[in-house]
Design a protein around this ligand. Structure first.
Ligand code: PHB
Length: 389
């Protein structure tokens, strides 16, 4: 009798436990993802690829991360730093998002990082490489799945010096991304025996390149380094070829990523440094490229990879806390410690929140950015005044 009574209690509590478990598993509260990206302007094509990459990964997980669907909130940041604080506060204060995903432009991203740091809102940067984000603005709740502006510039700088080129001119937009990528190039180039003789700059997002091209010709450098992206990159590479300049053109990979169709033959032979290429031919990248093309009908680019990996890292955080976004510390720790099997290759994070990754040298041919070599393996950017509490 007593035994039977105990058994009844036991099975009742087991059933109850099961129900609680089921109730937990059925908590389908959406996770709120705030997309703050340039939906208009010269960088708008980059936004489309970032968003597609992020959503592809979520879709591959059955439309849910750690059992939760995503609810998206969107803000067009217009690549305008002056509007950035107001824009990001729409996501933080009005929409109360669990994650800010953004942005492309370094100047806008720095204002976002400041707001994210102050509010403690989780922020994943799927592009902007501003050095300060993982420097003075660094915080446990801020991580980037893209690059540090210095990384790809440094990689191609090393390569340019090794080629035996001695004198370079740098040309780019005069804002954090351009200047920091040019600094990376200058550092790498100096290490391998080269020197930058002139830094040519124009305001973002200006694309009137004629006087700059005349300046380049009069400098007679061995090599020209450039950073432009999106619509600006398309125009610069075409104008450079049309001007008949014969010195080799190198750059950070944004100069030729997501732009090759529009650039056509004018991009042939351009050499760039980047954490991705079109012919890596690894199992992970082949699967990613196949799935991306099947879903969107176009080949992915570096921005799509950065968006895809942002979702991968976010998923790692959510899984660690069973989808309970209130457990911020645990989530942030899991994300920082994640080892991501990225289409680009192995991706981990430095203590300041930067990606640690291989930097490839690529050359444009047959409408693709093809790998020439690995400039630097698992490159860790310099630490620049990051103090984490
Ligand atoms: C940046 O502003 O950090 C930036 C923008 C576009 C790119 C790369 C970097 O393609």
């Amino acid at each position: 009798m007593k035994k039977k009574f105990l058994m009844t209690i036991l099975s009742a509590s087991l059933a109850l436990g099961g129900m609680v478990h089921m109730a937990q598993a059925q908590d389908k509260t959406p996770v709120k993802v705030g997309l703050m990206l340039p939906y208009s302007g010269t960088y708008s094509a980059l936004t489309e690829m970032i968003e597609r990459g992020f959503k592809l990964y979520v879709q591959e997980q059955g439309g849910e991360l750690a059992g939760h669907p995503m609810e998206y909130f969107k803000v067009d940041d217009e690549s305008d730093p002056a509007k950035a604080a107001d824009n990001v506060n729409k996501l933080i204060k009005r929409d109360k998002v669990d994650l800010i995903l953004g942005t492309v432009h370094s100047g806008v991203a720095m204002a976002m990082a400041k707001a994210a740091k102050e509010s403690g809102t989780l922020m994943i940067v799927p592009n902007a490489g501003a050095v300060n984000i993982t420097g003075p603005l660094c915080a446990m709740n801020i991580l980037r799945t893209s690059f540090n502006n210095w990384q790809p510039g440094y990689g191609i700088g090393i390569y340019a010096g090794e080629k035996g080129w001695k004198k370079a001119v740098t040309v780019t937009w005069n804002y954090a991304a351009g200047n920091e990528m040019a600094k990376g190039f200058e550092d790498g180039f100096a290490e391998t025996g080269g020197k930058v003789s002139k830094a040519l700059r124009l305001p973002f997002p200006n694309v009137e390149f004629q006087s700059i091209l005349t300046d380049i010709a009069s400098q007679k450098p061995d090599v020209v380094f450039a950073f432009f992206a999106g619509g600006g990159a398309v125009k610069f590479v075409k104008d450079y070829a049309a001007a008949g300049l014969t010195m080799p053109l190198v750059g950070t990979g944004f100069l030729t990523d997501g732009t090759l169709e529009a650039q056509g033959d004018s991009a042939n032979g351009v050499l760039t440094g980047l954490h991705y290429a079109d012919d890596l031919d690894t199992e992970t990248d082949n699967a990613f490229r196949k799935a991306f093309e099947a879903e969107y009908g176009v080949a992915p680019d570096v921005y799509a990879v950065q968006g895809y990996d942002a979702a991968q890292v976010f998923a790692a955080g959510l899984k660690a806390v069973d989808g309970d976004v209130s457990k911020k510390d645990e989530m942030e720790k899991a994300m920082r410690e994640a080892v991501i099997d990225s289409p680009r290759g192995k991706l981990t994070f430095s203590p300041s929140g930067d990606p640690v990754q291989d930097i490839y040298v690529r050359e444009v041919g047959d409408g693709e950015n093809k790998v020439v070599s690995v400039a630097v393996e698992q490159l860790v950017p310099p630490v620049n005044g990051c103090r984490l509490q």
